[in-house]
Ligand binder design. Structure first.
Ligand code: AMP
Length: 351
C-alpha cells in the first residue's frame, strides 16, 4: 500500500492530470507531473514537475526514482521508454497503453474479449482502402490508427468516389463502417489492486465534430438496457489486462446491442461529472486503486447530473455559470481559448 504522504508521478500534464493531482492532494499525497510541454496545467497544482521528452529514458528513470508510484493521464505516452520505470511501479500496466494506442489492436483486443466493434479493416494504401470500402461499404470513417483524438485524424467517406479523390495521410490507417446509433455512452470502471471492480452509472454522451460536448444522467432507456452487456465486456477487458486504476470504454447503443468504439486506459472526460455527481470521483478512485487503498463508493448522488464541456469561446460563459445554483465550474488554467480546445467544464446537479 502506498500511504498518504507519498509521491504519485503523473505522466502527462493536461487537465486530467490536474484533476488527478487535486484529488490526490485531498488524500494527502504529493504529485509530480511529467510532460514535454512547459505550459502544463497539471504542473501548476503539483509539487514537482519534470519537463522532458517522452523518449528521454534517463529523465523517465530519474522521475520514477523520485516517485512512489507512477500513472498516466495521456494515452499517447511512448510505451518503449517506459521500460525505464521499474516493474510494479507503473499502473495501469503498459499493456493497456499499448492496446489503447492503436485503434487496430484495440478493436482486435475487444473482439478477443467477446466485444463487437464496427466492421473495420487496416488501410496502408489506396488499394487497401478500395478493398475495405468494397467489403465494408459506405458511409465509413477513415482514421489514423494512432494519436487521433477529439475527432482529429478522421475523414468521413460517404461514397467510393470520396475515396478516389482522397490523398492518404500515410499508411497505418483504419477504415471503419459508420454505425447508425441511437445514442453513445461510456462504461467507466475502477479496478483495484486486488481485482475488485466498481462501475459508475453510464452517462449518455453527445459529441459534436468528434468532441465530447455533454455527458448526462440518467441516460435514456436505449442506453440503460445495453449497460449490462457493455459492463460485462469492459470488465473482461480490464481483467485480461490485469488492470489497476480507472478505465473507460465508449460504446454506440444500436438495435443490435452495444457496439464497442474505443477504450481509454485512464480517467476520462465522460467521467468528470463524478467529481460532484458521485460519492467518490473517478480521480479519487484512480488514486485509491494505484495506491492499493480500499476503493470508494461509486454511486451517483443525485437524480440528475449533467456535465458540459466548455470548448473554445464557451469559456466566456464562466461568470454566468458561477451565478447558476447547482452548477460547479472547473477551469483548466489554459490561456488561449482556441477553437475546439477544452478550456473547462461545468457539472450541473439536479435534485
Ligand atoms: P473516436 O475518436 O473514434 O471516438 O470518434 C469520435 C466520435 O466520432 C465518436 O464518439 C462518434 O460520435 C463518431 N464516430 C467515430 N467512429 C464512428 C463510427 N464508426 N460510426 C459512427 N460514428 C463514429
Amino acid at each position: 500500500m502506498i500511504l498518504p504522504g507519498a509521491t504519485i508521478g503523473i505522466l502527462g500534464g493536461g487537465q486530467l492530470g490536474r484533476m488527478l493531482a487535486i484529488a490526490a492532494a485531498q488524500l494527502g499525497y504529493r504529485c509530480h507531473a511529467y510532460d514535454p510541454n512547459p505550459g502544463s496545467g497539471a504542473a501548476e497544482v503539483c509539487a514537482e514537475f519534470t519537463c522532458a521528452p517522452w523518449i528521454d529514458r534517463n529523465a523517465l528513470g530519474l522521475f520514477a526514482a523520485a516517485c512512489d508510484v507512477v500513472t498516466f493521464e495521456f494515452e499517447n505516452v511512448l510505451a518503449g521508454p517506459l521500460a525505464a520505470i521499474p516493474p510494479g511501479k507503473l499502473w495501469p500496466p503498459v499493456k493497456a497503453l499499448e492496446v489503447a494506442q492503436d485503434r487496430l489492436h484495440e478493436k482486435a483486443f475487444a473482439e478477443s474479449c467477446g466485444g463487437r466493434p464496427a466492421p473495420y479493416a487496416a488501410v496502408d494504401s489506396a488499394e487497401d482502402l478500395a478493398a475495405a470500402i468494397e467489403r465494408i461499404g459506405t458511409p465509413g470513417i477513415l482514421k489514423t490508427r494512432r494519436e487521433g483524438y477529439d475527432g482529429k485524424g478522421q475523414w468521413r467517406i460517404d461514397s467510393p468516389r470520396d475515396a478516389e479523390g482522397l490523398r492518404l495521410p500515410g499508411p497505418n490507417l483504419i477504415y471503419e463502417g459508420f454505425i447508425h446509433f441511437a445514442a453513445e455512452f461510456s462504461v467507466i470502471l475502477v479496478r483495484g489492486a486486488d481485482g475488485e471492480v466498481r462501475f459508475w452509472d453510464s452517462p449518455h454522451n453527445v459529441h459534436r465534430s468528434g468532441i465530447l460536448t455533454t455527458s448526462a444522467l440518467p441516460a435514456p432507456p436505449a442506453v440503460v438496457e445495453q449497460v449490462p452487456a457493455a459492463r460485462a465486456l469492459a470488465g473482461r477487458i480490464a481483467e485480461a489486462l490485469d488492470y489497476v486504476g480507472v478505465m473507460t470504454c465508449e460504446f454506440f447503443a444500436t438495435d443490435a446491442g452495444p457496439v464497442f468504439n474505443e477504450m481509454a486506459p485512464r480517467v476520462h472526460n465522460s467521467g468528470h461529472w463524478t467529481i460532484e455527481g458521485a460519492e467518490t470521483s473517478q480521480f479519487e478512485n484512480h488514486v485509491r486503486a494505484i495506491c492499493g487503498l480500499p476503493l470508494g463508493d461509486s454511486r451517483t448522488v443525485a437524480p440528475r447530473v449533467a456535465m458540459e464541456n466548455l470548448i473554445g469561446r464557451d469559456v466566456e460563459r464562466a461568470s454566468a455559470i458561477l451565478a447558476e445554483p447547482g452548477a460547479h465550474l472547473h477551469l483548466y488554467g489554459k490561456a488561449e481559448a482556441r477553437e475546439g480546445r477544452k478550456m473547462g467544464h461545468v457539472t450541473r446537479i439536479g435534485r
